[in-house]
Write a protein that binds this ligand. Structure first.
Ligand code: UT7
Length: 356
């Protein structure tokens, strides 16, 4: 018995912030952001909208797409690094908002690798017979990290510039990571399937905790007593801290290696692949992955220009778009791959049910 994807859904906040909008509140430019990352715009949530809200909307759409009633879901897996509040996680909020039963639900904290881990866990639950229908949703509201102060009013069109010099300086200090990220959610419904050799046919999940400091939020944690205080905020310990260049190097090495490893384990090669749904962190990382695998842009598509990096939501948003565009056909071999904070990375192989 295997597990197959029977529905997908996406939810992004309607407000869009372009690179030019960011250039009005910090020292950056559309040219820099586009040429170094491929990002042209990102969606941003309004205050009061949490990852659980976007996740719930994506789950509702995915259930509708799959024609599955909320009461028929057995397990809900939510992946996020930007939960609505410190505790509890968002899975219970999503379960409640979507009208799911009193089912098992849990959060994953594998950042950009979260959705890949979620798919693998869902497959294991379905394959073992512990569940017959599992929903996996990745959702992020990164906007809460952004130290834009009163400049948010400019981004939200509530007033025109110029930005206050103190806000401008803080935003510029954060520009190395702040311009990369966007908000959004994507979900998939998975169910058991009896088809021979279809569904998830292999996976490789990896962790190297010695690289946890490549991208981390070092403060607001229980090694500190109290866990949050003015000193940490003063030291910007609640901001992401990122070694972009080394992350870049790791991502272009680890993702192709995981893809090759999972293919080899299934006695398949790169030539057998119909599509690679790869984590969207930077267009130049995607170029590196294509080069390492010896494939073209059509096989490893990108949508980062429109969303930025939505961390746990990049895989399901791209999956949903590729399904909608008719790029996923019966018999196709799809590879999912991601690399992210932790460091957690890997790849999984999915054979679309039905004959070619
Ligand atoms: O999923 C995990 C999330 N993160 C990633 O995957 C990130 C992976 N890494 C990357 O995508 C790239 O390393 C970045 C896009 C973050 C940076 O690109 P880069 O080509 O490695 O640039 P850099 O960090 O070496 O910075 C080059 C220059 C620096 O100025 P100086 O020191 O040369 O004068 C930066 O201060 O660009 C400057 N810079 C910016 N300039 C304008 C950094 N951010 C910006 C910005 N606008 N937003």
């Amino acid at each position: 018995m295997g597990s197959v994807i029977i529905g997908t859904g996406v939810a992004v906040p309607p407000r869009i912030v372009t690179n030019d909008d960011l250039a009005a509140i910090m020292d950056t430019s559309d040219e820099w952001i586009r040429s170094r990352t491929g990002v042209r715009q990102r969606h941003i949530a309004d205050p009061g909208v949490g990852a659980s809200d976007l996740a719930a909307d994506a789950v509702v759409e995915a259930l509708r797409d799959a024609a599955v009633a909320p009461e028929d879901v057995d397990v809900l897996i939510t992946a996020t690094m930007t939960p609505d509040q410190f505790a509890p996680g968002i899975s219970g909020m999503v379960q409640d908002r979507c009208g799911l039963g009193h089912i098992a639900s849990f959060d994953l904290r594998q950042q950009c690798g979260g959705y890949l881990y979620g798919l693998d866990l869902a497959d294991a639950l379905l394959r073992s017979g512990k569940a017959r229908c599992v929903v996996v949703v990745g959702a992020e509201v990164h906007s809460g990290y952004m130290p834009y102060g009163a400049s948010w009013e400019i981004l939200r069109g509530q007033r025109s510039g110029p930005a206050d010099p103190v806000d401008h300086a803080a935003a510029t200090e954060a520009r190395g990571w702040a311009v990369l990220f966007g908000d959004g959610a994507g979900a998939a419904v998975l169910a058991t399937d009896d088809g021979p050799g279809t569904g998830f046919v292999g996976s490789v999940l990896r962790t190297d905790g010695s690289h946890a400091d490549l991208i981390e939020v070092p403060g607001v944690g229980f090694r500190h007593q109290p866990y949050v205080d003015a000193a940490q905020l003063e030291a910007r310990a609640h901001w992401p801290s990122m070694n972009g260049m080394e992350l870049f190097r790791q991502a272009v090495t680890c993702m192709p290696a995981a893809v090759r490893e999972v293919l080899a384990g299934a006695d398949l090669t790169v030539d057998d692949l119909s599509l690679v749904i790869a984590h969207q962190a930077n267009d130049r990382i995607l170029d590196g992955v294509r080069k390492q695998l010896g494939v073209d842009a059509d096989l490893v598509p990108s949508n980062i220009a429109r969303y930025g990096n939505t961390t746990a939501a990049t895989l399901p948003i791209l999956l949903h778009e590729q399904r909608a565009a008719g790029r996923i056909e019966p018999g196709d071999l799809v590879c999912f791959t991601a690399f992210g904070a932790g460091a957690h990375w890997g790849a999984s192989l999915y054979r679309v049910p039905g004959a070619r």
